[in-house]
Design a protein around this ligand. Structure first.
Ligand code: ATP
Ligand code: MG
Length: 439
């Protein structure tokens, strides 16, 4: 993509409405634009990151055996009356009346709707287990939308729902999601800590929140320092092996980690100076809640002896749009964003220091073509701006690699490449630079 043609409305100055660094940087890098409080448009650069994050989430869900579908944003109120949550949910729910005076709502979550889909089609224990997910916009009329996409009113969530015949099966479904979540966040360069959590309005018995440590986090959290050294990148358990999966989960939950609501002061004190008290950003939340929805909504199947079994359910959420902000909170410096390779909007930023100069243009065009041919996503700054402005833009938008073409390098047949995360610079012959950037 040539920057001269790209829609990238960057801002030079810090927008005054943004209180935290990720919000500031997303606005400055031209990733999002607010349309009303807590509701955003995703501009091309931001949308590319959102899609990358979404794709990692999707791949790990699929790998764990969940199946993707797509439910609507607008739901009928009746279902929520059946479950008893229509009144409980309160003002956070955006209620809508259609032209026929039917009560509708913009879904804040989907337990009721998925249970309705399930009960209409699944009648026997033989069809279980099932785990269904979607990645869809949610609306919650938050009292205080703030921090950009971190606490929006409209936000993108991956939510899935598991259905099992018994508690042991449901536990296995829960455990698989637990591991899938750790893999998901690790692939985005994040250290997400699973913490025992309150079940809140979703209800249920067993629940973990996945928290990223960051000073700007909204939750107070407590964690055993030793967890911070645990390797989360190489979780490779056979998801069909119930015991192995349980053992892996037991390993991760053996470390003390709790949110404020669940914090046990006595247990914390036992850890002594191993107890880290910090702030966390909740990026995911998983629940096992048994028959809380399947009972009132009558999601029953016939068992092996013709008996009626009310299915055991769990639900699992990931804040896909919140993650984009959380990644920036975890990875930035004074000059801008530092994207982990896996979610970067482009792999390489190509800077032509003297656009319009025949030799520089030829060298830059050549490099641009070679990198693209190798399958790399390249953002090519071919504009007539000053070198300083071009470097500042590249550092701000945080692409993992920068490749710089200038008159001096061109004369010597060299390209300068820079790793955004470390600032390390290398001057290489064009072909070597290509080899290095292709990796
Ligand atoms: P929070 O405690 O942050 O309000 P929650 O516990 O109400 O979140 P869940 O119902 O667990 O949220 O939703 C699943 C995930 O969706 C959360 O872990 C979070 O990452 C994301 N999420 C929830 N509310 C918002 C929001 N207002 N803006 C962006 N993401 C959100
Ligand atoms: Mg939650």
């Amino acid at each position: 993509m040539r920057l001269s043609q790209y829609f990238l409305p960057t801002l030079r100055d810090n927008p005054s409405e943004a209180q935290i660094v990720s919000h500031r940087l997303m606005l400055r890098a031209g990733m999002i634009r607010q349309s009303s409080a807590g509701i955003y448009s995703w501009l091309p650069l931001g949308f590319r990151v959102l899609q990358k994050v979404e794709q990692i989430v999707r791949e790990e869900q699929d790998r764990a055996g969940a199946q993707e579908l797509l439910m609507p944003t607008i739901q009928p109120a009746e279902l929520w009356k059946e479950s008893g949550r229509y009144d409980d949910y309160g003002k956070e729910m955006l209620r809508i009346t259609d032209r026929h005076e039917r009560e509708m709502l913009f879904g804040p979550t989907n337990e009721e709707l998925i249970t309705e889909i399930f009960r209409a089609s699944v009648k026997t224990y033989r069809d279980l287990p099932k785990n269904l997910y979607h990645i869809q916009w949610k609306f919650r009329d938050e009292v205080r939308p703030r921090f950009g996409v971190m606490r929006g009113r409209e936000f993108l969530m991956k939510d899935n729902y598991s259905f099992d015949v018994d508690a042991a099966g449901a536990r296995h479904s829960y455990n698989k999601m637990f591991l899938a979540y750790l893999r998901t966040f690790a692939r985005m360069g994040l250290k997400a800590i699973p913490m025992r959590a309150d079940t809140g309005p979703i209800g249920g018995d067993l629940s973990h929140e996945f928290q990223i440590l960051a000073d700007t986090g909204e939750s107070a959290v407590y964690v055993d320092k030793n967890f911070l050294d645990v390797d989360l990148l190489n979780i490779n358990v056979d998801y069909d092996d119930r015991e192995a999966v349980q053992k892996a989960v037991d390993g991760f939950t053996s470390f003390y980690a709790a949110t404020d609501e669940k914090h046990d002061t006595a247990q914390g004190e036992k850890l002594g100076d191993r107890l880290v008290s910090a702030r966390g950003i909740e990026v995911g939340h998983i629940f096992y809640f048994g028959t809380k929805y399947s009972a009132p909504l009558k999601a029953n199947v016939a068992g092996p002896n013709g008996e009626t079994i009310t299915v055991e359910m769990g639900s699992y959420g990931i804040g896909v749009s919140r993650l984009v902000g959380a990644i920036i909170e975890a990875s930035h410096d004074a000059s801008g964003i530092i994207w982990p390779d896996s979610v970067a909007p482009f792999d390489i930023g190509l800077v032509n220091l003297r656009s319009g100069d025949a030799k520089c243009d030829a060298a830059a065009n050549d490099l641009y073509a070679k990198l693209q041919k190798a399958g790399k996503a390249v953002l090519y700054d071919d504009r007539g701006d000053s070198a300083g402005a071009k470097f500042a833009t590249m550092d701000l938008i945080g692409l993992p690699w920068q490749a710089v073409i200038g008159p001096r390098g061109v004369a010597a047949g060299k390209v300068e490449i820079k790793r955004r995360a470390t600032g390390e610079k290398l001057e290489l012959a064009t072909d070597d630079a290509v080899a290095k950037l292709i990796g």
